[in-house]
Design a binder for this molecule. Structure first.
Ligand code: GMT
Length: 373
């Protein structure tokens, strides 16, 4: 198949899923055309069957804001026409599903199918704003196929947008060959003293991730168990988080690494992964940690409970319940037997239910179904 993938190229789950899916489909012989305003993050080497088409947009002085939606639609029209696309797969609805709809109308080609994958805040937060809602509802309903990354997100979409359309749940995935525990001891000893436990948090440091809670929980843990906190990622909350670390005098115990490309090396040295988000439609970072054998303590909101199984692969707690997050974290860090059991259960769950090949099969079959519709 000739498949156009429209995604955000930045450090975020939807872009990562789109890129890994595209690479995997390209390895299966499909021709994949990425369409975005910059090269997606994990697409930094030449891969046969993968092409990148950059969306350019005007900065003409009359426009106070960049007009991405029509520029993207025009680029989709061009790529679909000259590369003979069968499918345009839009990851994250805003504005990708809208631009894809527009492109299909312009092409007036019923054979071209538009598939939209809903990822998270496009439904749970941003998409609910009154200035987006009618356009989102319309764009989702007009897509030839719609998938959501969790049952939670599917139900929320139906409820919030009153959508009658069938939504297929295809969960996110992990490449277990890549995401497996490989400890680099030299790196481990550079990050923390030998006797310390290592706690990791990875996110794009937005308010929804509640990174402040990570610091509050760690501040309690490190008073009981010698430990080091490793923070990976960057975003709007980073400066205030670093200020909080200084105020609490935790500078010696917290490593703020910023954006990192080799997450496996970092996850492989972790004893615990913390994800206290306000809401997650799925929680890809938790799945990648589990695949590397790291027990996760997360909030019990949204789709996280479809990934992290309470008292089996880790623990889940109410959003903002710092005491319980701390209690559960300490249980894992202080009980080797429990840690090992959660570690094995995490690896098994990641591989049994979320293995890349199995999920990419599901996307491939879904494409075929929509093409025949
Ligand atoms: O919605 C976001 O925060 C952005 C989005 C993204 O594009 O990075 O993340 C969402 O999609 C990921 C991939 O499907 C999910 O693993 C994340 O849980 C989800 N984020 C939220 O729901 C907050």
């Amino acid at each position: 198949m000739n498949i156009g993938i429209v995604c955000y190229p930045t450090y975020g789950g939807s872009g990562i899923v789109a890129t890994e899916l595209g690479i995997s489909l390209a390895n299966r012989g499909h021709k994949i055309h990425f369409i975005s305003y910059a090269l997606p993050m994990r697409l930094d080497e030449f891969i046969p069957n993968i092409y990148f088409h950059e969306v350019e947009f005007s900065n003409y002085p009359l426009f106070e804001f960049p007009l991405y939606t029509p520029s993207l639609a025009s680029k989709i029209v061009e790529v679909a026409k000259f590369q003979n696309l069968d499918i345009v797969h839009a990851h994250y609805a805003i504005p990708h599903a809208t631009s894809a709809y527009l492109a299909k109308q312009i092409l007036n080609d019923n054979k071209l199918k538009v598939i939209t994958t809903l990822h998270g805040t496009d439904i749970t937060l941003v998409g609910m704003e009154p200035y987006f809602l009618p356009v989102m509802k319309f764009s989702i309903e007009q897509s030839d196929g719609v998938t959501a990354v969790s049952h939670f997100l599917k139900n929320m979409t139906i409820k919030n947008y009153n959508i009658q359309k069938e939504i297929e749940v295809i969960p996110n995935f992990v490449d277990s060959k890549k995401y497996s525990r490989k400890i680099n001891f030299e790196f481990r000893n550079r990050i923390a003293p030998k006797e310390n436990k290592i706690i990791v948090h990875i996110s794009n440091f937005r308010a929804v991730k509640r990174v402040e809670d990570v610091i509050k929980i760690f501040n309690k843990i490190c008073k009981i168990v010698p430990s080091t906190l490793v923070l990976v990622g960057d975003g709007p909350e980073r400066s205030s988080i670093e200020k909080m670390i200084r105020t609490l005098k935790l500078e010696d115990k917290v490593r703020c690494l910023g954006k990192q490309s080799d997450l496996v090396e970092i996850l492989s040295i972790a004893d615990l992964f913390l994800l206290p988000s306000q809401i997650e439609s799925f929680g890809l970072a938790a799945l990648e940690a589990m695949s590397c054998g790291v027990p996760v303590v997360s909030s019990n909101s949204g789709g996280l409970t479809e990934v992290v199984i309470n008292n089996e692969t880790g623990f889940t707690a109410d959003v903002g319940d710092i005491d319980n997050f701390t209690k559960y974290s300490l249980q894992i860090l202080q009980n080797k037997e429990l840690h090992n059991s959660f570690m094995n259960a995490s690896i098994n769950r990641a591989h049994k239910y979320f293995e890349m090949d199995q999920i990419v099969d599901r996307y491939e079959n879904y494409y075929l179904k929509i093409l025949q519709s």
